[in-house]
Structures are given as structure tokens and as C-alpha cells.
Design a protein around this ligand. Structure first.
Ligand SMILES: *[C@@H]1O[C@H](CO)[C@@H](O)[C@H](O)[C@H]1NC(C)=O
Ligand SMILES: *[C@@H]1O[C@H](CO)[C@@H](O)[C@H](O)[C@H]1NC(C)=O
Ligand SMILES: *[C@@H]1O[C@H](CO)[C@@H](O)[C@H](O)[C@H]1NC(C)=O
Ligand SMILES: *[C@@H]1O[C@H](CO)[C@@H](O)[C@H](O)[C@H]1NC(C)=O
Ligand SMILES: *[C@@H]1O[C@H](CO)[C@@H](O)[C@H](O)[C@H]1NC(C)=O
Ligand SMILES: *[C@@H]1O[C@H](CO)[C@@H](O)[C@H](O)[C@H]1NC(C)=O
Ligand SMILES: *[C@@H]1O[C@H](CO)[C@@H](O)[C@H](O)[C@H]1NC(C)=O
Length: 615
């Protein structure tokens, strides 16, 4: 817990200033390690994980994507397939030959993604009426139309086969068509969909946008919450909760009352999920002598993630204690729930991935999303005439705002900081000092700006804007996620005790695991911060927002011209460069990047004379 106390001369001052007590509820404070018995995933997922592990052994780590194997669907029933797999000849070390395994895969599996057909969104037209009216520059306009046309490339419909024979597919059935992120992300994802929808609205494709929401609602009807993504192996975690934002954004454009009315019950159900036992923590603020309720990410899972079993087992290979290993797996899955998988943000020790402790952090952004959910439900309930519901959610939003102000806000830094829970004792009451705020700088420290409760406060915005400007996050080609450089050696591997293959795997893994950190920039964070600054009504804030948006659009354009595709992430230090590094196939497509480019062009336009090339 000590590492973030370094070089912080002012934290002592705050310790005097504010003293908070935390009562994590019984489930969370002492029994964090007990999440009940984890129900095994479907027999199909279990089997495909076995195939995944064999495939790594057979094909080796180069270009190995563990997710590919759990995305296969079966040509025959599971028992027949499993017997055939068991009967494959194996060498002494248990490995299968390349030829045999390739033959087996070809005979028994359909290709990954074959159970998702291309779909033609009916509301797509090549040049929608009223499309980005303020984009005057012809080069930018024609590129924007190309990005718009990518909705067709990314549109999919789950095959009827899936609902007829669910036991042959890890894909989950959905009622309508979806927009996928792209590449290895072959299915619909939860929080990605918010920025996809923002882009669809700029593209005047409101029906496609509503269809995505209805698919996500069908998951709430079945599971009680929106899954991370529509796969059988994502059933035990969610993702940053932005469904209410999707619904209210669509409503504001369409004024479709029936849509608002039919979505509301699902939002209420989802709200219960996020405020249930495991996601909720009660903090006692001694200064104000009141209790605050705040939330955290918390996956119901204590095994390797099926889609990344080989990676997760490798990361845990140095943990010998069973309980500790289960806890580690739970933290990994909870980090996937945060959408920030993976970042030093969740690690107590930035050099040691096994210190990942997401469930012991109250994250700023999650609580902002829940505040927004409360405000969105207030708004929608009012619209459909449910004033009682509206009143109760307005009250909840006021309470949460007070909690955010008292637990996360750091006036000295002019940022909102994540809060570490104290896990050192099993006592019910823990005195937690303000030094438990994580004083490292992350883009999420500025996400409160996104919502009106904060961007409407002139003094606050001016202060936070200064803080953002001097934070080091705002770079030449966008806002960085953190100041910690990716690829730092934070996966500890005992090289003398590892086979060469796993050594290489470890190197690849390092790159993969740090992908959220510097110098990678992600579209959602650009968008939330820019939109908040732009809507504040402060001229200086709008200029800053516009500058960031212009550099982000330029880098997306530059990389598109160079590679012909839109990317999942970009290098914020170099205009026209995508993020990640060369060893992984870069993920392209790409839902949220396309959405944010279109949303920025809608907000700011592009003047005739402004060059689009990297400057
Ligand atoms: C994981 O999700 C499945 C499917 O919803 C559910 O049956 C199971 O109970 C969950 N596991 C836990 C530990 O909650
Ligand atoms: C699976 O398929 C085989 C051969 O087609 C059949 O004999 C067997 O009964 C099936 N098993 C199940 C559980 O359906
Ligand atoms: C990791 O490996 C090193 C070297 O073998 C060992 O000293 C250390 O205790 C291990 N850590 C854990 C958590 O098992
Ligand atoms: C962080 O982890 C590294 C690697 O295990 C270790 O050498 C270092 O001492 C740790 N730092 C702290 C503050 O525990
Ligand atoms: C919180 O943890 C620190 C050590 O990490 C400890 O010194 C402090 O007393 C704890 N606070 C309480 C009240 O448990
Ligand atoms: C690797 O493991 C061996 C044997 O346990 C140990 O002697 C050595 O110090 C370890 N190396 C590192 C870097 O931890
Ligand atoms: C999108 O689909 C069209 C038509 O199939 C194809 O020509 C184009 O290359 C695709 N674009 C990308 C970026 O994949």
C-alpha cells in the first residue's frame, strides 16, 4: 500500500483535512476471497479450453490467440467431438502433432465467427441526408463517408443455428443484428456499443442503434445484467455500465417514447445488479458523520478466463497457494469487467502483475457511470410519467455526487482519484486516510467532466482543465491513458525455470497486458473528456476540446490512409501511428474508433481550409 505515498508532500495535509472510515460490507471486507462456489461454465466451453491448451502446445506461442479456440462451433455433438479429440495420437509429453490437430479442427469445427452472418443494416444509405453538415473540407468529408460505410462491414446477425442448437455454440442467441468491434472481437460487446451508437446516430442509423440496445436488453432479461460480450464464456462479468447512456442518447435524438418506456424496466434491473452485495461498498465519512455508498468492479469468477486460459495460467504460474491463485484469477476477471484490461491502474506494485487488486479499488469512472445511470433513469422515468421512480433516482444521484465529492475529489491535484480499500484487517470498521487515494495520474481521473453535474460548474471546470493541461496526459496525437509506459517489465517470470516457449509467450504477454498504458490512446477516453469540456460552455475549455479532437481525428485519418483500416488503439505520441506494437496482429475494424471519429466530426465539423494531414 505504500508505493503511492512517495513524493506526495501534500498528502499529510489532507490526512488532517479529511478522515474517512470505511465499512466494507461483510461479504466484501473479510470474505473477498469467497465468492460462493463458482458454477462451471458450459461443458462446451470446458472442452474448448482443453483444445486451446493443446493448441498452444502443438502450434506454439507465435501468433497464438487463445480466444480463437473457444469461438469455434461444433459440427457434431459434444460427446462425439470429445471422443474424437481424446482418440488423437499423443506423444510422451501429451502433445498432438500439427497435422493431427489441424485435421481434427478441420473435420469437427466450423470456423470461428461462422455462426455470425453478415447483415445488411436496412437504415444504411451511402450518403445520409444531413450527414455531418459542418464538415466542409472535401477530403475529410469523403473519408467520413468511408468510415460511415464501415458500419456495413461490421454488421452481423447471429445465425438461426445458434438458437436451434445452443449446445454447439459458445455464441449466445440475440434477437436482432449487431455491430461488432472487429477482428478477434467477433461478437457484440457491452461498453463498446455506446460509442458505436454515438457513431450510428451521426450516421442517421437510429433503427440499427435501437436494435443494439434491444439485444443488450435481451441479455438483462436472461441474466439480470449485460454481459461483457455475447458469449457463453462471458456470463460471469459485465463491463462499464453505459446502457442508460445509450438509451437516453437515442431518446434525445428520436423522441421515441415507446423506446424509452420499453427500455426502462431493464435499466432498473441492471441498476439492482450494480448495487447488489458484491459491487457495493459502504464508506463512513467521519468528518461529515455520514455513510456513502460507492461501487467497484467484481466478477463472480475464480478461474482462468476461458477465452484466455493459457495466458491467465501463465500469469499465475508463480503463485503456489490455491486460494491466492483463485483470488488472482478473480482479480483478472474483475479487471476485464472494468474495461481497462490491463493497466497499472489496478496493480499495487507496478512491477508485479500478480498484485492486481481491482476489487479493492473504488474506481472513479465506474461511479461516474452509475451517477449517470441514476440521472438517466431520473430523466427517462420523468418522460414516461413515473414521477415516484424519478424522485427516488434523483435522490440517489444526489447522494452519489456527495460520495464522489468526498471520497474521490482531490482539490490539491484538481482531479478525482481512485480509492484503495484497506484489506489489512477483518475488523468491521477501518479508518482509511485520504492517502488511500491513488495519486497516480490516469485519464479516468478526468472522466467526471463528461457529465453535466460536473461540466456545468465553471470554477470546477477551469481548475480541472488546468490540471489536465499540466498532467502530461495530453499528447501530440491524443490523450494517453496513463503516464506509465507500456512494456515495463511487470510480469515476473523465472527465466531459468521456464521452457523457451513460455519465455517467448511471456514476452508477448507483457505487451498484451500493458496495452492500456502509455503511449496507447483509446477512443472512449478521448470522447468522454472532450465532450465534457466542449459542453461546459467555457470558451477556453471548448478550444482545448477541439484541439484534442482535431489531433485525434488526424491520427485516425493518417493511420487509415497508411493501412486502409481503422484501429482499436493509437499511439498518442505519433500522429498516424496505431498502438500496440508489432507482435500482435493489430485489431482493426473498429467499432468505437469509428464511432468517436464520427461523433467528433458531428460536434466540431471540419472547415474547408483546415488540413487533415498529420502536421
Ligand atoms: C456464472 O454465470 C452462470 C450463468 O449465468 C451462472 O449460472 C453461475 O451461477 C455464475 N457463477 C457464479 C459463481 O455466480
Ligand atoms: C451424439 O452423436 C452420436 C453419433 O451421431 C450419437 O450416437 C449419440 O447418441 C449423440 N449423443 C448425444 C448425447 O446426443
Ligand atoms: C515467484 O518466484 C520466485 C522465484 O522462484 C519466488 O521467490 C517467489 O516466492 C514466487 N512468488 C510467488 C508469489 O509465488
Ligand atoms: C515490486 O515487485 C518487484 C518484483 O517482484 C519487487 O522486486 C519489488 O520489491 C516490489 N516493490 C515493492 C514496493 O514491494
Ligand atoms: C489500513 O492499513 C494500514 C497498513 O496498510 C494500517 O496501518 C492502518 O492502520 C489500516 N487502517 C485501519 C483502520 O485498518
Ligand atoms: C528461479 O528459480 C530458481 C530456483 O527456485 C532460483 O534459484 C532463482 O533465484 C530464481 N530466479 C529468479 C530470477 O527469481
Ligand atoms: C468493407 O467491405 C467492402 C465490401 O465488402 C470491402 O471492399 C472493403 O475492403 C471493406 N473495408 C474494410 C476496411 O475492411
Amino acid at each position: 500500500m505504500a508505493y503511492y505515498h512517495e513524493n506526495k508532500p501534500f498528502f499529510l495535509f489532507f490526512s488532517l483535512f479529511l478522515s474517512i472510515m470505511a465499512i466494507a460490507n461483510a461479504f466484501s471486507s473479510c470474505n473477498t476471497h469467497e465468492i460462493g462456489s463458482v458454477v462451471p461454465t458450459t461443458p462446451l466451453v470446458k472442452f474448448l479450453v482443453r483444445v486451446q491448451e493443446s493448441a498452444l502446445q502443438t502450434f506454439g506461442p507465435k501468433n497464438f490467440d487463445p480466444k480463437l479456440y473457444v469461438d469455434f462451433s461444433l459440427k457434431f455433438n459434444l460427446s462425439k467431438t470429445e471422443s474424437a479429440f481424446d482418440e488423437l495420437p499423443r506423444s510422451v509429453d501429451g502433445s498432438i502433432s500439427v497435422k493431427d490437430l489441424e485435421g481434427f479442427i478441420g473435420t469437427y469445427f466450423e470456423g470461428a465467427g461462422d455462426d455470425l452472418g453478415d447483415a445488411n443494416p436496412p437504415d444504411f444509405v451511402p450518403e445520409p441526408e444531413g450527414f455531418l453538415p459542418a464538415v466542409e473540407n472535401p477530403t475529410v468529408r469523403s473519408w467520413a463517408l468511408e468510415v460511415h460505410s464501415l458500419w456495413k462491414n461490421l454488421s452481423r446477425k447471429v445465425s438461426g443455428e445458434v438458437s436451434e442448437h445452443p449446445d454447439l455454440h459458445t455464441l449466445l442467441p440475440l434477437p436482432g443484428s449487431v455491430i461488432i468491434p472487429g477482428s478477434r472481437f467477433r461478437e457484440v460487446y457491452y461498453w463498446d456499443s455506446y460509442w458505436v451508437i454515438r457513431g450510428l446516430l451521426a450516421s442517421k442509423m437510429c433503427d440499427t442503434a435501437k436494435g443494439i440496445v434491444n439485444n443488450l436488453i435481451s441479455l438483462i432479461d436472461k441474466y439480470g445484467y449485460v454481459l461483457n460480450g455475447a458469449r457463453a464464456y462471458y456470463t460471469n462479468r459485465s463491463q462499464p455500465p453505459l446502457l442508460s447512456s445509450m438509451v437516453s442518447e437515442i431518446y434525445k435524438r428520436t423522441l421515441d417514447m415507446e423506446f424509452a418506456r420499453s427500455s426502462l424496466p431493464a435499466l432498473l434491473k441492471e441498476y439492482q445488479f450494480w448495487n447488489s452485495d458484491i459491487h457495493k461498498v459502504i464508506i463512513h465519512d467521519a468528518q461529515a458523520s455520514s455513510d456513502h455508498t460507492l461501487n467497484r468492479y467484481y466478477a463472480r469468477w475464480n478461474k482462468p478466463r476461458p477465452e484466455s486460459t493459457t495466458l491467465d495460467k501463465h500469469s499465475a504460474s508463480n503463485i503456489s497457494n490455491d486460494l491466492e491463485r483463485q483470488k488472482f484469477y478473480q482479480e483478472v476477471a474483475s479487471t476485464a469487467e472494468s474495461g481497462w484490461d490491463f493497466s497499472t491502474r489496478w496493480m499495487r506494485n507496478h512491477s508485479d502483475f500478480t498484485t492486481i487488486s481491482t476489487t479493492l479499488i473504488l474506481p472513479v469512472d465506474l461511479n461516474v457511470f452509475l451517477l449517470k445511470m441514476e440521472l438517466d433513469i431520473t430523466y427517462l422515468a420523468k418522460i414516461v410519467g413515473d414521477s415516484k421512480q424519478a424522485e427516488s433516482f434523483l435522490k440517489a444521484s444526489k447522494e452519489r455526487k456527495r460520495a464522489i465529492d468526498s471520497v474521490f475529489w482531490n482539490p490539491k491535484m484538481g482531479q478525482w482519484l481512485d480509492y484503495w480499500l484497506n484489506d489489512t484487517t477483518c475488523q468491521q470498521y477501518q479508518t482509511v486516510e485520504v492517502s488511500n487515494q491513488n495519486q497516480n495520474v490516469f485519464a479516468s481521473n478526468f472522466v467526471p467532466l463528461w457529465i453535466e453535474s460536473y461540466y456545468s460548474d465553471v470554477f470546477l471546470v477551469e481548475k480541472v482543465m488546468k490540471s489536465l493541461g499540466s498532467s502530461g496526459l495530453v499528447c501530440r496525437a491524443g490523450i494517453a491513458t496513463s503516464l506509465t509506459r507500456s512494456g515495463e517489465q511487470w510480469l515476473l517470470v523465472n527465466k531459468t525455470h521456464m521452457s523457451f516457449m513460455f519465455f517467448i509467450y511471456g514476452l508477448l504477454l507483457n505487451k498484451h497486458l500493458t496495452s492500456r498504458d502509455f503511449p496507447n490512446g483509446w477512443a472512449p477516453l478521448q470522447h468522454m473528456i472532450v465532450e465534457g469540456l466542449a459542453r461546459s460552455g467555457i470558451e477556453e475549455a471548448r478550444s482545448m476540446a477541439q484541439e484534442i479532437a482535431i489531433s485525434w481525428i488526424r491520427t485516425n485519418y493518417g493511420a487509415y490512409k497508411k493501412t486502409g483500416v481503422m484501429h482499436e488503439k493509437y499511439d498518442v505520441e505519433k500522429c498516424g501511428e496505431y498502438g500496440g506494437g508489432g507482435e500482435y496482429t493489430p485489431q482493426t475494424g473498429f467499432g468505437w474508433s469509428n464511432g468517436v471519429v464520427l461523433a467528433f466530426l458531428e460536434e466540431f465539423g471540419w472547415p474547408q481550409a483546415l488540413p487533415i494531414d498529420c502536421q
